[in-house]
Design a protein around this ligand. Structure first.
Ligand code: ZN
Length: 1060
């Protein structure tokens, strides 16, 4: 029952030292770790969490974000494009467009099942939920055969150790915290002294002379902490306690004291970190000529910038000595101590200093954006988020902009008043919140109050933040039983996965479930216990859908567990002879929505074919698109847009009723993801894509995906708003949500994996030396039915010095922004133009640096800012990615676009620049606690015919087998002695030998790190699967794309042209 554990999640058997003692009876529950936060019990007036009852708010009074003050500003003061956070009229108080469709009359329905006691005295409905490790622990195969493929059983499953045996289970694996393998990408996180120690002149690219070794500065001696942590016992003292915090000397590092450089606008501080590239020979051809390059004698492919894997955990304090620290790479393994700014896990900015003016930002060429992941899973060693209850008065807020009290609000007049760090307004301190200030200007109680010393807190929401009682957790499953779904085993796989995922849900009164199947009609099931067996209701009208009574089809899990299990077991046989090929997807989701309209909840849909009948039906327009290929790419991109507005309109309706839709696409053909995915993107859900679906290979993944979907930290009926200091305004939100007013995004569902990008623009100037704050407020209902406001605040210094922007640029965040920007453009712009835009973004940034910041004047060199030295590589990789390649399938590209839309910063780079590692020689390697072998540059010159290579991008895991691999190795890994004998329907098995064990361990570790049960695919040299593998080797030259070296030359030329 062991399994990979998603990153930053307590390992089984391990309780973080700061774990909430209230919940140690179920220490493994991730949901609890996230949701049952420590209650702050301030000594003063803000009273403690009510211990007996939660006041029941009146339904539908005010917007969650409305001020509690009755005097909401008139709508007239909020023109459509009103900036979110700036001076001027208070932007809060915008009423919702209307109450959720579920009317007040429904509320009484819900109330019956809702506990009224203290949230902490009731058994959390999800209390028995296994930890996310549990997301993987028992494969369908291990706990019960998945129905369809009879040969998928027991130990033949994909990575049996994942389920059966416990490298991660039981053992306090976390003790090896210091050795947790880092994702390969990302700049050297520790000890990377800036390049300025290098003469900035003609030095070639610094870096590894051999692949895989760190590039750039010599490795620093290990941090004291890293070293110490190696042997740290699993439950040793809290990391934050005795251990003095070491600052992370990383690239960009702690912002130098006095974050300002010499006060020249375009200062050229000597030794600004940069990299140089050797001069190019003059006159080497035109920009478009191929391989003009200087050749290896001039640019050594082994010397160009590449990601540096690091194997130590980074400790990161968000602020020190009132200075902001630049966060470690998103792709690294780090532990955060929140000392005023929120953890970068929740919110990170593209630049860690804010340009004082819009002109300066424009000059830099860099984007100004935040990646917000408000429910991200923290590292188990991090301090839990504190919950603060201000009682009936609710949290203290700025009366003008409604920003929440935070560590950067400045108390004046001995604490009698405070100045808002977002809009500058001065408020009276509420009498019961008064405290005197110390000589340093801080309130004397600041350290005792989380909201005054932490970048992240959760406030208990008062009735003003509720439009109705917090909703229960509702799961409604919709299963495609059309002929194709039955015959491919998709229906059986779905039923099996649901059955097992549900078996782990506790029978709390707040957990409701329902189920329906559909082909050209919709079949509901009455699951009430009183009935002998589930009754089926058929809804044949798929144009104008109706549903049976909600009370019949959505019932408490406790009441229907037996019926449900029985039904799920029977569905594949009930429909085994189904000859209906049509699928009424649109009608089915509409019916599901109607059934759960009064409560809201999660609608989980398993869909196998193109929706062909009923409302929202689609046509096989990919075929039409192909015939139009001669019309050029101009038309093709339209296939990436929804076919029409039907599904979008429905989705908005769903969102208004707090229904979040996740779609599991198990198909072997075109299904028009561009149209279908709109439903998930609008409702805060996501699309899972199993193509080409194989019951044999994909059943385990479906189960694990579903299980994580249900078990991960998540919130319901959420609304989010980001505010920023006067001088900036929010330009745009991007992600999976529904937006009905300019300032807020509505999130029927929000979970730990979802990220929202927020872009900003200047509307005023900042003073040098001041700070610019960002504050994200997420109002949501926990799965336990508590209404909370999670508030994250990040305050960054403002600068007039361009080089400071480059020095503190955040590569991972900037790249995630480019990725999302590209994904947003793909459906509306021809691919070739999107590629050009991306290239230009990269070139403009590097050109600005070269022009204004670089110290070397020779134009013969490509000079890269240290913090962004990998930007060209990732840009090239993006241009060659599934989303931007011209030769991809339409659905693959649509899925990519939909996947990227909510992708986290940490997963952005791996998606386009995967990790590759050799696995054929693992057995001979010394025991490596990190479980993962070193990564290899993505170039085919590193892929040998006698080797076996693993490549993973967070979604897929490809295993490439060369054609001259030693038969012994093949036998150890695959149980066969020739490459041809390995079945293409590939399952990784564990055999009784060291090599097999290590490879399985590595795959499981990757799954843990990615919080994803990666799909394994076999690629062989010599057959059609080979090119798939090589298509990921982005440093290679391809028929349509430059090699990495060529691309650097191209970038260099473009910069020279711009500077000329
Ligand atoms: Zn304010």
């Amino acid at each position: 029952m062991a399994s990979p554990v998603p990153p930053r999640v307590p390992r089984p058997g391990y309780s973080p030292p700061n774990f909430n003692p209230n919940y140690q009876n179920t220490p493994n529950s991730i949901a609890e770790n996230m949701q049952n936060l420590q209650i702050n019990r301030p000594p003063g007036p803000p009273r403690m969490m009510p211990s007996t009852s939660v006041p029941r708010p009146p339904p539908f009074v005010t917007s969650p974000f409305q001020s509690s003050a009755p005097s909401a500003p008139p709508p007239a003061s909020f023109p459509g494009a009103a900036p979110v956070s700036r001076s001027g009229p208070p932007p809060a108080g915008i009423p919702r467009v209307g109450p959720p469709a579920s009317g007040p009359q429904q509320v009484s329905n819900l109330a019956s099942g809702r506990p009224s006691g203290s949230p902490f005295s009731q058994h959390p409905p999800f209390g028995l939920r296994p930890p996310p490790p549990g997301a993987y622990p028992s494969a369908p195969m291990a706990t019960g055969p998945i129905a369809p493929p009879p040969n998928v059983q027991g130990p033949t499953s994909n990575g049996p150790p994942v389920f059966a045996q416990g490298t991660l289970l039981g053992g306090p694996r976390f003790s090896s915290i210091g050795s947790i393998q880092q994702p390969a990408v990302g700049p050297l996180p520790v000890g990377s002294s800036p390049m300025d120690s290098q003469p900035p002149s003609m030095r070639p690219f610094l870096g590894s002379s051999t692949s895989g070794t760190p590039l750039g500065p010599p490795p620093q001696p290990p941090l004291p902490f890293s070293a110490a942590s190696q042997g740290m016992p699993p439950t040793s003292a809290p990391l934050y306690g005795s251990q003095p915090w070491q600052m992370q000397p990383r690239q960009g590092g702690p912002l130098a004291p006095g974050t300002m450089q010499p006060p020249r606008m375009f200062g050229m501080p000597p030794g600004l970190p940069n990299q140089t590239m050797p001069p190019l020979p003059p006159g080497i051809g035109h920009p478009s000529s191929e391989a003009p390059v200087a050749g290896p004698s001039k640019i050594d492919p082994n010397q160009i910038p590449r990601p540096i894997p690091s194997s130590s955990v980074i400790l990161f304090e968000t602020r020190q000595y009132n200075q902001v620290n630049s966060p470690p790479p998103a792709t690294s393994d780090y532990i955060v101590k929140d000392t005023g700014n929120c953890s970068p896990r929740y919110m990170r900015c593209t630049i860690n200093q804010i340009p004082c003016s819009g002109d300066l930002l424009a000059t830099s060429g860099m984007p100004l954006a935040l990646m917000v992941q408000p429910l991200a899973v923290p590292h188990p060693s991090e301090e839990p988020i504190q919950v603060v209850d201000f009682g009936e008065s609710g949290p203290v807020r700025c009366s003008r902009c409604k920003a929440y009290i935070n560590p950067f609000m400045k108390f004046i007049d001995q604490g009698k008043r405070f100045i808002c760090n977002l809009c500058g307004f001065t408020d009276e301190t509420p009498r019961d919140y008064y405290c005197n200030t110390a000589p340093d200007g801080r309130r004397r109680d600041a350290d005792e109050r989380p909201e005054l010393c932490r970048g992240t807190v959760e406030f208990v929401a008062t009735k003003e933040y509720m439009v109705r009682d917090p909703m229960p957790a509702v799961f409604f499953f919709l299963i495609d039983v059309s002929m194709n779904a039955i015959q491919t085993g998709a229906t059986a796989a779905a039923c099996s996965a649901i059955s097992q995922a549900i078996s782990d849900l506790p029978e709390g009164p707040r957990t409701l479930v329902g189920i329906a199947t559909f082909d050209s009609a919709i079949h509901f099931y009455n699951l009430k216990r009183a009935l002998q067996q589930p009754l089926m209701f058929i809804v044949p009208d798929v144009q104008d859908v109706y549903t049976p009574l909600q009370t019949d089809v959505i019932v408490q899990l406790a009441e229907c567990r037996q019926h449900l299990g029985q039904l799920l077991e029977n569905i594949p046989t009930m429909f085994q002879n189904n000859r209906v090929a049509e699928s009424a997807f649109g009608a089915a989701i509409k019916a599901g929505y109607l059934a759960m309209k009064s409560t809201g909840g999660k609608l989980l849909v398993f869909q196998s074919v193109l929706p062909s009948v009923g409302v929202g039906s689609l046509s096989a327009r990919e075929v039409e698109g192909r015939t139009n290929v001669t019309a050029g790419e101009k038309e093709t991109h339209k296939l990436l847009q929804p076919a029409d507005k039907t599904l979008k309109t429905m989705a908005i309706e769903f969102a208004e009723s707090q229904v979040c839709v996740d779609i599991f696409v198990t198909t072997q053909s075109y299904i028009d993801i561009a149209s279908i995915s709109v439903v998930s993107r609008t409702t805060g859900g996501q699309v899972y894509y199993y193509h080409p679906f194989s019951a044999l290979c994909d059943s385990a993944k479906i189960y694990n995906d579903l299980k994580w979907n249900i078990a991960r930290p998540q919130g319901l009926e959420a609304v989010m708003r980001v505010r920023c200091s006067q001088g900036l305004q929010v330009q745009e939100y991007s992600g999976n949500f529904c937006k009905r007013i300019p300032t807020d995004v509505d999130l029927p569902g929000i979970d730990s994996d979802k990220t929202i990008m927020v872009t900003f623009k200047h509307d005023d100037k900042f003073q040098e030396g001041s700070e610019c704050s960002f504050q994200c407020a997420l109002l949501y209902t926990t799965v336990y039915g508590q209404r909370r406001i999670r508030v994250q605040t990040l305050s960054l210094p403002c600068t007039t010095v361009l080089s400071n922007l480059f020095r503190t640029a955040d590569l991972d965040t900037q790249f995630a922004g480019f990725l999302k920007q590209a994904a947003n453009e793909i459906p509306i712009t021809p691919l070739i133009q999107v590629r050009e835009q991306i290239m230009n973004l990269c070139i403009n940034i590097l050109c600005a640096y070269r022009k204004f910041c670089a110290t070397v004047s020779s134009s013969g060199q490509l000079i890269l800012p240290e913090a962004l030295k990998l930007l060209p590589l990732y840009t090239l990789a993006l241009a060659k990615s599934t989303g931007l390649r011209s030769d991809g399938r339409i659905d693959d590209r649509s899925y990519w676009v939909s996947h990227v839309a909510s992708l986290s910063t940490a997963l952005a780079i791996p998606l386009v620049y995967p990790r590759m590692m050799a696995i054929h020689n693992l057995a001979s390697k010394e025991a490596d606690p990190s479980l993962l072998p070193p990564t290899i540059p993505l170039s085919s010159e590193h892929v040998t015919d006698d080797g076996i290579f693993l490549l993973e991008n967070g979604e897929d895991c490809l295993i490439y087998v060369g054609n001259t691999v030693n038969p012994d190795i093949l036998r150890q890994l695959f149980g066969v002695s020739s490459v041809e004998e390995i079945p293409m329907q590939f399952l990784l098995q564990q055999y009784d030998n060291e090599l097999s064990k290590k490879v399985n361990d590595a795959v499981n570790e990757i799954r843990r790190q990615r919080s994803s049960y990666l799909r394994l695919r076999l690629c062989r040299k010599g057959d059609s699967s080979g090119p798939l593998f090589f298509s990921y080797l982005v440093e290679d030259k391809t028929a349509t794309g430059l090699s990495y070296v060529e691309f650097l030359v191209h970038v260099h030329r473009q910069i020279q042209t711009k500077m000329a």
